[in-house]
Design a protein around this ligand. Structure first.
Ligand SMILES: Cc1cc2nc3c(=O)[nH]c(=O)nc-3n(C[C@H](O)[C@H](O)[C@H](O)COP(=O)(O)OP(=O)(O)OC[C@H]3O[C@@H](n4cnc5c(N)ncnc54)[C@H](O)[C@@H]3O)c2cc1C
Length: 597
């Protein structure tokens, strides 16, 4: 084993969560951040709309309201201790980003500007509250750049374009990871006292998705293969407004600025489904509403899409009907120029990808697979917990989209992911360093790279006739069609059977490039292996949960069932099969209530 590196803390992933963790860990411990992408290409850079915090800069707001909105948005599946912790930490976390130099948009008097987002309300009036701090529609980009600069300043050791392929666990403790250097195909072992997994989501298991190509769930798959259970994998968020067919996200910030949804008959339909918050209802509610409109024949031209209308004259018209006002109480207005200043990327995407100008034309949209609520179970300090009693695995941490704290429960509110990254990324980094500073290095396995080498050799020498791309296309389609916005036993059984068949075919995959230098074909094939296992776990967990809650909607079990299902799912991947158990939800102040929209 030629390439062995030793660090106190190894962070896998350089998105918002990984960089925040790396930054905090590096203050007291020798830290490395490993990333398959160049750090600033991480998906956090695609986040548009904003980061939630009850700063109260424009109107009254309180962390308790943010907490309650998040509990309610989670459909009561979120752990309330963790949610309260996150929402209380939020204002401080946003100010910390500001002090690091993040160029937030400003109010006229120089405070951080905030915009409304779905599900965030003034708890006294029930009306939307301006809680999302933003930097135009490039908030994630700014977070990523700011944190990367801070990490460089703090001399974090970066291993860019190294892809982690295995997690090393010895005697119940994490002791490191194995990675391949994409530039030359060499394997490297990273020996560590603490490992933090921050690898993001897995939206690429679905056909229409807002997620980057790199969202293949590697961190979840490698942890699952090493016996770590996954929590609440059935809960996947479909964002209501993806560009028709392409899935590219149109931020909820568009509706925050006053945009509305219109069906094929020219009607605004959200007041029918959510009379109070209308176009700013939670994402699960709006995605189902769009789907219902389409299914009942009110899509545009009988197709699978509806309109998002952000033309200034429409915004002003509907704002007047809704009684929306500016900060000074005057009727809400917006001009084409202001729209362009507030949402430059959205205007650009539409012009570039569709040849449509949102200032004068409506945008064709359909729901798009967006965010996994489920993932690696952790407590609120980012420590990975491996059973129903929340037993901590020494030396293992997770943060960001791949983790399940669980603050998002059955449905995440917009702007709460960026917040989750900075809050729990920070605590994972602090805890990992604290642990590393008092622990000894664990022993590495005799041949740490053995499992990875044989998996790679099997792919390289595969003599079958299957093509990884074809298998991926079939997986994505069946997952989107049968384990998507609406689910039923029949459809999910079809999906599970199909994914199992695809896993068999995957064993016969042949890669044509067997070289070592930037062999993306082989890595894509390896990633497909991760996605197939994740897809099966998602479908099995969804089939198992016989109720509808948040992002999980069963046509055969349309109601939420707190008597039987107010509990988290834990799923283990054992001998190529899913084994399911449960753990209780932490409820502190808020007893479950029916959701009112
Ligand atoms: C288009 C879009 C818009 C969004 N807008 C918002 C928003 O406005 N507000 C909000 O709160 N949330 C938003 N979200 C959600 C939020 O941006 C993501 O959930 C969040 O950025 C994920 O951050 P992360 O650090 O967990 O992962 P990422 O930023 O994706 O980083 C993952 C990192 O892991 C690395 N990695 C992955 N696998 C491996 C491996 N095998 N080996 C080594 N490295 C690996 C990658 O290189 C990358 O550096 C949006 C998401 C999308 C897709």
């Amino acid at each position: 084993m030629a390439n062995i590196h030793q660090f106190d803390v190894v962070v896998v992933g350089a998105g918002g969560a990984g960089l925040m963790a790396g930054l905090y860990a590096s203050r007291t411990a020798k830290t490395a951040v490993i990333s398959k992408l160049y750090p600033t290409r991480s998906h956090t850079g695609a986040a548009q709309g904003g980061i939630g915090a009850a700063l109260g800069n424009i109107e009254e707001d309180r962390p308790e309201w943010h907490t309650y909105d998040t509990v309610k948005g989670s459909d009561y599946l979120g752990d309330q201790d963790a949610i309260e912790f996150m929402c209380e930490e939020a204002p401080q976390a946003v100010l910390e980003l500001e002090h690091m130099g993040l160029p937030f948009d400003r109010t006229p008097d120089g405070k951080i500007s905030q915009r409304p987002f779905g599900g965030h309300t003034n708890n006294e009036t029930g009306k939307p509250v301006r809680r999302a701090a933003h930097a135009a529609d490039r908030t994630g980009h700014m977070i990523l750049q700011t944190l990367y600069q801070q990490c460089l300043k703090n001399k974090v050791n970066f291993f860019d374009e190294y892809q982690v392929l295995d997690l090393l666990i010895v005697d119940g403790k994490a002791v490191g990871v194995v990675a391949v250097n994409l530039a030359d195909g060499e394997l490297h072992t990273f020996h560590a006292k603490s490992v933090i997994i921050a690898t993001g989501g897995h939206g690429r298991i679905f056909e229409v998705t807002s997620n980057a190509y790199a969202y293949t769930g590697d961190g979840i798959a490698i942890a699952m293969r090493r016996g770590i259970p996954m929590e609440d994998m059935e809960f996947f968020q479909f964002h209501p407004t993806g560009i028709y067919k392409l899935g590219i996200l149109i931020t909820e910030g568009v509706r925050g600025e006053g945009g509305i949804l219109i069906n094929g008959q020219g009607e605004r339909f959200m007041p029918k489904y959510a009379p109070t918050v209308k176009d700013l209802a939670s994402r699960d509610v709006i995605s189902r509403a769009i789907y219902t409109e389409i299914r009942e024949g009110r899509g545009v031209d009988g197709k699978n899409y509806v309109w998002l209308d952000a033309r200034p004259e429409s915004i002003v018209k509907y704002a007047a009907l809704d009684g929306r006002t500016n900060i000074d109480g005057t009727p809400y207005t917006i001009t084409g120029e202001q729209l362009l200043a507030k949402l430059p990327d959205i205007v650009d995407f539409n012009r570039v990808y569709l040849g449509i100008d949102p200032v004068t034309q409506m945008m064709p949209i359909q729901p798009t697979a967006h965010y996994t609520m489920g993932g690696i179970p952790t407590n609120k300090y980012g420590e990975v917990v491996i059973d129903d009693k929340n037993t901590v695995m020494p030396g293992l941490y997770a943060a960001g989209e791949c983790a399940c704290v669980s603050v998002h429960g059955a449905n995440r509110l917009g702007t709460n992911s960026l917040l989750d990254l900075v809050v729990f990324g920070k605590y994972a980094g602090l805890k990992a360093a604290e642990y590393a500073n008092q622990a000894e290095f664990g022993k590495l396995p005799v041949d740490a790279e053995a499992a990875t080498r044989s998996a790679f050799e099997a792919l390289r020498n595969g003599s079958g006739k299957e093509n990884a791309f074809d298998i991926a296309v079939e997986m994505k389609k069946v997952m989107f069609d049968e384990v998507g916005i609406y689910r039923s036993e029949k459809g999910m059984k079809i999906a599970i059977e199909k994914v199992r068949e695809l896993r068999e075919r995957y064993k016969q995959v042949k890669v044509t490039d067997t070289g070592k230098i930037f062999n993306t074909e082989m890595l894509n094939a390896w990633e497909l292996g991760c996605m197939l296992e994740i897809a099966e776990v998602v479908a099995e967990c969804a089939l198992n949960r016989q109720e509808s809650r948040g992002g999980h909607s069963r046509e055969d079990f349309p109601n939420r069932d707190d008597v039987n299902w107010l509990k988290h799912t834990l799923a283990w991947w054992k001998d190529g099969k899913t084994a399911i158990d449960y753990k209780p939800v932490t409820i502190t102040k808020y007893q479950p209530k029916a959701r009112v929209y």
